[in-house]
Ligand binder design. Structure first.
Ligand SMILES: Nc1ncnc2c1ncn2[C@@H]1O[C@H](COP(=O)(O)OP(=O)(O)OP(=O)(O)O)[C@@H](O)[C@H]1O
Ligand SMILES: [Mg+2]
Length: 236
């Protein structure tokens, strides 16, 4: 079952086209990675799927329903959540207040969801009264992901998982994401600069370049592909 199916999608800013005919899908329970050079349109793509930027053309299907006309909060209700680049936290608010903001569309389940987020990220429970601005980079990333999870998504999108974080923190985050996928059965679409991490954490990957998909396939296979090794893993 496809959770997300994007076909022939184009989008841009002003009259500058950035994304050109993107075709990408995510299966239920799958972790899919997007990587590629700076400015290749990865964040723009997640914004279009989240409804923060209107597509110029093409379709976006979520569980077989077209959603490209829906406003962002309607997409959140249907189960699409984005942990955005730069984390977009409310730095002057506490950890728990930030999490509660992420759960406002699912108020009835807010306590259960909060418990669940704390069970995946015990550090957030310990720091629940701490201001988001006083957290470490790794804790802020946990908070950003935790806030997205408060919307109880079926598709969790994360922009720049590892940016600015120590390798040990990233490993821990990757473990948690896999267990969230396994236990909650949600799908994850992540943008990741660190190509070897992107390939290790995901089942399939897409490579963006200048707003187009230039390579795609099962991640273990991409890892062995010469073009990927030469361009993105600087070996061989
Ligand atoms: N709000 C905006 N207005 C105008 N142009 C933008 C805007 N946001 C991004 N762009 C341009 O769109 C292109 C794609 O940017 P985008 O942020 O999607 O790339 P990216 O692949 O996420 O890059 P990075 O790896 O640096 O995060 C870039 O040329 C960028 O300058
Ligand atoms: Mg980006």
């Amino acid at each position: 079952m496809k959770v997300l199916e994007v076909s022939d999608l184009s989008a841009g800013y002003g009259d500058v086209e950035i994304l050109k005919s993107i075709n990408l899908y995510v299966n239920e329970g799958e972790i899919v990675a997007i990587f590629g050079s700076n400015g290749s349109g990865k964040s723009t793509f997640l914004k279009v799927v989240a409804g923060l930027l209107k597509p110029w053309g093409g379709t976006i299907k979520f569980y077989d329903h077209n959603i490209e006309e829906l406003p962002p909060q309607e997409r959140v209700k249907r189960g699409i959540a984005l942990a955005a680049e730069g984390r977009q936290l409310f730095l002057g608010m506490s950890v728990e207040e930030n999490l509660l903001m992420g759960g406002w569309l699912r108020r009835k389940e807010i306590k259960d969801n909060l418990e669940k987020v704390y069970s995946y990220f015990p550090q957030l429970r310990e720091k629940r009264k701490t201001l988001a601005g006083d957290l470490s980079g790794g804790q802020q990333q946990m908070l950003s992901i935790g806030r997205a999870l408060m919307a109880k998504p079926k598709l969790l999108m994360i922009d720049e998982l590892s940016l600015g974080l120590a390798p040990a923190v990233v490993d821990r985050l990757a473990e948690v994401l896999k267990s969230i996928r396994d236990k909650e059965g949600i799908s994850i679409l992540l943008v990741e600069q660190e190509v070897s991490l992107a390939l290790d954490i995901s089942e399939r990957s897409y490579v963006f370049d200048l707003g187009e998909i230039v390579e795609e396939g099962p991640s273990p296979e991409l890892k062995r592909r010469d073009s990927i090794r030469k361009t993105y893993l600087s070996v061989g």
